[in-house]
Write a protein that binds this ligand. Structure first.
Ligand code: PLP
Length: 408
């Protein structure tokens, strides 16, 4: 008899975006003449930049020609892209990362979800609350947690991210083995300073722990004093893996490309305390289970690093950040406490004691505006909502005018 992985039964049954879609559908059925403005799901709205499209097309043309056709590529990514990433994203910012430490993939969701399989099942895991749900759910599926009770999985060390602490979790008081961090943060839009990240790096070094650092939104950082990579912190290379994505940086949500940095200096331990190379393990994992990203997509990603590509992605991100500025100003005018939106596409808004689903329903029913209820990201989000800047300036202006009417 074929039996199921029982850990799947532990997963919290409610799926945030399905619940949102259901409520929006009911609203639309009841109000067929009302236009809904979606500032909920974090998907980009601008098309691929022209330089990227050109690189993409060139890759396709090469695949159509006998002389330049390519079959299976290297599982780790083509050298041209690994090199462009190492120089463009790291060496140019003083972070000493080499091309062979970059593993190109089809996105950060898969990598942040898959990476946990390199660790034993009895490690202690620290996860922020609120959080991008993938980190948590993939560890549940792997059997590293107990049941879901009172909004939390047993066996996980939750790190509360609270307004009074700038949404930066405290260092755990006990020793943990694996730490998930994400800055600029989804969902709160908060950022981390070099000093704050340095404290985490020190903690990981002192406790023989590993940091999984999700930098999917680094391209939104405009404050030059903020680190874009954890490798800008001295000592991080021995204790941190970094995930990056072209999704929000260059509009690749539907094209699919990202990468993970696994420094060669990064070690984990066997049960008897001997060191094992994490780079070798991830290389083995990818070579066994992954067959690389398509050549045209990697050519498209390479074009992000050309001077034209850099200027075009900056213009696209400026466009979203201008929307974020309008949203922030509206929240300031409404005297609603908020964070994010200055170096991030997300604005996290305090509901002033309102439950996040109640706040969501209010904005949908009275303004036809869709946000994301913070409760879907964890218990600490239960009194906040997330508004995303991924939309057109016209829609954002219209949505903010409606919110002003409803909430004034
Ligand atoms: N990490 C975070 C924090 C995200 O918010 C997202 C997507 O929304 C991802 C990773 C996934 O990115 P990708 O499209 O590369 O899979």
């Amino acid at each position: 008899m074929i039996t199921a992985n029982e850990n799947y039964n532990k997963l919290n049954a409610s799926y945030l975006f399905a619940d949102i879609a259901k409520r929006v559908q009911v609203y639309q059925d009841n109000n067929p003449d009302k236009e809904v403005i979606r500032l909920g799901i974090g998907d980009v709205t601008l098309p691929l930049p022209p330089a990227v499209v050109q690189g993409f097309k060139k890759g396709v043309d090469e695949m159509a020609d006998d002389a330049t056709f390519r079959g299976y590529g290297p599982e780790q990514g083509y050298q041209f892209l690994r090199q462009a990433i190492a120089v463009g994203d790291f060496q140019s910012r003083g972070a000493d990362i080499e091309a062979d430490e970059i593993f190109v993939s089809d996105g950060a969701k898969c990598d942040t979800g898959n990476f946990q399989e390199l660790f034993s099942n009895d490690i202690t895991i620290a996860i922020p609350d609120p959080v991008y749900p993938v980190y948590l759910d993939t560890n549940v599926m792997a059997g590293r947690t107990g049941e879901f009770k009172d909004g939390r999985y047993q066996g996980i060390v939750y790190m509360d991210c609270l307004k009074e602490k700038g949404f930066m979790p405290d260092l755990p008081d006990s020793s943990v083995d694996l730490i998930y961090l994400c800055f600029p943060n989804n969902p709160t839009g908060s950022t981390a300073t070099k000093k704050q990240l340095a404290a985490w790096v020190d903690y990981a070094r002192d406790n023989k722990a590993l940091i999984l650092f999700d930098a999917a939104y680094e391209a939104f950082i405009r404050d030059e004093n903020l680190p874009r990579s954890i490798y800008e912190i001295p000592g991080a290379k021995e204790v941190a893996v970094e995930f990056r994505s072209f999704s929000k940086t260059a509009g690749f949500t539907g094209t699919r490309c990202g990468f993970t940095v696994v420094p060669k200096a990064c070690m984990i331990y066997t049960a008897d305390g001997s060191k094992v190379s994490l780079h070798d393990m991830w290389n083995r994992r990818q070579s066994t289970k992954f067959n690389g990203v398509s050549y045209p997509v990697q050519k498209a990603a390479e074009a992000v690093y050309s001077p034209e590509g850099q200027a075009q992605i900056k213009a696209n991100i400026d466009y979203y950040l201008a929307n974020a500025g309008v949203i922030r100003q509206t929240m300031t005018d409404l005297e609603l406490d908020h964070v994010g939106g200055d170096n991030s596409p997300y604005i996290w808004i305090d509901g002033n004691g309102r439950d996040s689903w109640e706040f969501f329903d209010l904005l949908l029913d009275k303004a036809g505006v869709v946000c994301t209820p913070g409760g879907g990201f964890g218990r600490c989000g239960a009194q906040s909502i997330r508004i995303s800047a991924f939309n057109s300036p016209e829609n954002v202006a219209k949505a903010m005018a409606r919110l002003k009417n409803v909430l004034k």
